[in-house]
Design a binder for this molecule. Structure first.
Ligand code: SAM
Length: 198
């Protein structure tokens, strides 16, 4: 990630301000606009490496913060980090054992790109579905979720699925996202419960 972004201004700004990547500004924009994280929330951050969202989260809550990624990362003060896969059906037990209550699930995970766009799109949508399934198992009623996704095939279907489980669902393109990117964030607030909204 560092080498790809090392020459751009936003990356240099992130380093200057103590963030591990410019992705921090995406969550800061989301938080400023949608007030996703409240100051006593317990938060799970799926796909947390290299850790800039964890840095932002710990600035916004005194609750417990847990990061999950396929990769090992350096510690982030105020957060616990585990190596894990979003699609692992046992992840929910591990997370609830560690946190008890989960108020917020964030997912900024993206697959390694193969260059084959319909395959990459399908994997990205699959990650979003895994994150939703995880959230359905662990999230407290009334909790919030943010999922990174990509506009294209099956994006609409993912959005429809998410709308079944949250009272409020919006999409948001951050200013920090590169121009021309299909990246988009789904902001889902007020979880209805595992069985969905009635
Ligand atoms: C764009 S980076 C996340 C950046 C992070 N939000 C930050 O601010 O530092 C995407 C991450 O998703 C992780 N990832 C992809 N698939 C995953 C999976 N199945 N389970 C857990 N993490 C995954 C990758 O390892 C990668 O570190």
């Amino acid at each position: 990630m560092g080498s790809q972004w090392s020459k751009d201004g936003p990356y240099r700004k992130a380093v200057r301000e103590g963030y591990r990547s410019r992705a921090a500004y995406k969550l800061l924009e989301i938080q400023e606009r949608y007030s996703i994280i409240r100051d006593d929330d317990n938060v799970v951050d799926l796909g947390c490496a290299p850790g800039s969202w964890l840095q932002v989260v710990t600035e916004h809550t005194h609750g417990m913060v847990l990061g999950v990624d396929l990769q090992i990362i350096a510690p982030v003060e105020g957060a616990r980090i585990i190596v894990g896969d979003i699609s692992d059906p046992h992840l929910k037990e591990i997370v609830t054992d560690l946190l008890g209550i989960v108020n917020i699930v964030l997912c900024d995970a993206s697959p390694n790109l193969s260059g084959q766009s319909s395959y990459d799109q399908a994997r990205a949508i699959g990650l979003g579905e895994d994150a939703l399934n995880f959230a359905r198992e662990v999230l407290k009623t009334g909790g919030n979720m943010v999922i990174k996704s990509f506009q294209g095939e099956d994006f609409h279907d993912l959005l429809v699925k998410i709308k079944r489980y949250f009272y409020s669902v919006k999409t948001f393109k951050t200013k920090a996202t590169r121009k021309g990117s299909r990246e988009i964030y789904i902001i889902a607030k007020n979880f209805c419960g595992k069985e969905g909204c009635t």
